[in-house]
Design a binder for this molecule. Structure first.
Ligand code: GLN
Length: 474
């Protein structure tokens, strides 16, 4: 069976009787098996997916199928699916099974999507290379010596390597956009609060957003349209109406846009020259096509990463305090008393990077440093948000590279946390600001590695992001 690039192609195949949901599921299951060396899935729900496929095939036959019939989805190991394992890529949740299904996943199921399995990721979504998983690294399908990006590395490679059509990941500082760029696919981080976080394992709660990986803009738009919106289980979710994103995709071809690019991003030391060239080439093409393209300055760029890492580690240190071995998950067997049970469980259950972040977070929240770090970072966050929004009110979009380099080699940065954090340099701005952003493919390097282009827009302008991305990809 050929590679399926979009739900539309699948729908046509289903309608013409060339395929069934069952044959489709079998096709993806074969690929998952053939490419098991990539280490993408932590668990595959083969039998269950086949059974559901038969039910949906029957619904298709009698005309009662939902809007996502034929869509086979993988979910990052941070999203709850009732009675299925969930570990956040960590040993500390050994043996844990979800007691409920998260809202976004439930909404997909309600429209007859099929969930094929849960995907490997950096432990508790902390990382940029998928090397921090307790279950080993995920390999990039384009070059198996390279990382797929992180933390949603498994979810990105699953779409890249045709193991499912769509993946749901999570993006706190770039975890959907950066791996999408490294794998040559599309990755959307919607506006903070656009999608309910109910049933998403918390990392940095004021940053966490569920994101969507796809090969086409149409599929990405349709999935967002279905999973976004108000939810009684999440008091922080936006009550705004959800537009019919997938019906508004053609507006991009009719409009002339005002586009900004940030001088500082293109002059960053460490920005790969080919990525710079490709970004400039896209900007030039836009200008030639009659759009207004303006260079603007964003002097706060240097403060974005430190702000992100102070605030997210603070939030993580609090969020991860629940993993203590008492009620669920892993518990050390070597403990003598209650205190040593907590200590040993957390020492043995968490990996190095997670421990590092819990310590950093605890430090910035400690009484003597709270004002100097946490409070100050909150103020800087507000400045970054204001400055970003002010640019986005004057321009429709900000364009920048998704990442400073293409996919790097496994092990290249793993012993240098700061070097690794720099992989997020361009993605954290919209995470700190809470605004939406998308990464779309922008060609390949001479070595054949995918390059991503990131587009940022103002709050709740996902429809515009999709339409503009579609125009750029055509
Ligand atoms: N790489 C970033 C981090 O480690 C982003 C992770 C994410 O978005 N979940 O925090």
């Amino acid at each position: 069976m050929e590679k399926y690039s979009s739900l539309e192609v699948i729908r046509t195949g289903l309608k013409q009787g060339e395929i069934t949901c069952l044959s489709l599921v079998n096709h993806y299951l074969d690929n998952i098996e053939k490419k098991s060396h990539l280490n993408v899935f932590l668990e595959v729900y083969a039998e269950e997916a086949r059974q559901r496929a038969e039910v949906i095939d029957a619904k298709l036959a009698d005309g009662s199928a939902g809007r996502l019939a034929g869509m086979i989805v993988g979910i990052k190991d941070v999203l709850c699916l009732k009675d299925h394992g969930l570990q956040g890529g960590s040993r500390i949740l050994d043996g844990f099974s979800s007691q409920f299904t998260g809202t976004a996943v439930q909404k997909l199921l309600d429209e007859d999507a099929i969930i094929i399995g849960r995907q490997n990721c950096d432990e508790f979504a902390m990382g940029s290379s998928n090397e921090n998983s307790a279950f080993g690294p995920v390999l990039n399908d384009i070059d198996n010596e390279r990382v797929p990006g992180g933390s949603s590395g498994g979810s990105a490679v699953a779409v890249q390597a045709d193991m499912c059509l769509i993946s749901l990941g999570s993006d706190t500082g770039g975890s959907v956009r950066q791996p999408a760029a490294f794998c040559g696919i599309i990755g959307l981080k919607p506006t903070y609060s656009r999608i309910s976080r109910h049933g998403l394992i918390a990392y940095g709660s004021s940053f966490d957003v569920i994101g969507v990986f796809s090969k086409t803009i149409e599929d990405n738009a349709l999935v967002l349209e279905i999973i976004a919106g108000a939810d009684d289980f999440d008091s922080t979710v936006s009550q705004k109406d959800v537009p019919a994103y997938s019906a508004e995709l053609s507006i991009g071809t009719q409009k002339k846009y005002k586009i900004a690019y940030l001088k500082e991003t293109l002059h960053t030391e460490g920005l790969d020259s080919e990525i710079k060239e490709r970004t400039l080439a896209t900007l030039k093409k836009l200008k030639d096509d009659g759009h207004e393209v303006e260079e603007v300055s964003f002097p706060l760029l240097d403060y974005v990463l430190p702000t992100y890492y102070i605030l997210t580690t603070a939030e993580a240190s609090s969020n991860l305090s629940r993993y203590d071995g008492v009620k669920y998950g892993y518990r050390s067997e070597n403990a003598e008393d209650l205190a040593s049970m907590y200590k040993k469980t957390r020492t043995e259950g968490f990996g190095k990077e997670v421990q590092r972040r819990i310590m950093l977070g605890t430090f910035v929240l400690s009484a003597s440093y709270y004002d100097a770090y946490y409070n100050k970072a909150q103020k800087v966050r507000r400045m970054i948000r204001d400055a970003t929004k002010s640019l986005l009110q004057k321009h429709d979009f900000i364009l920048l590279p998704t990442t400073p380099t293409a996919a790097f080699k496994i092990g290249e940065h793993s012993s240098h946390p700061l070097e690794m954090y720099l992989a997020d340099l361009f993605t954290v701005q919209s995470s700190v600001a809470g605004t939406p952003a998308i990464s779309i493919p922008n060609g390949n390097s001479r070595e054949g590695l995918p390059i991503g282009l990131q587009i940022m827009a103002d709050d709740f302008k996902e429809a515009e992001l999709f339409a503009f991305s579609k125009y750029l990809l055509n």
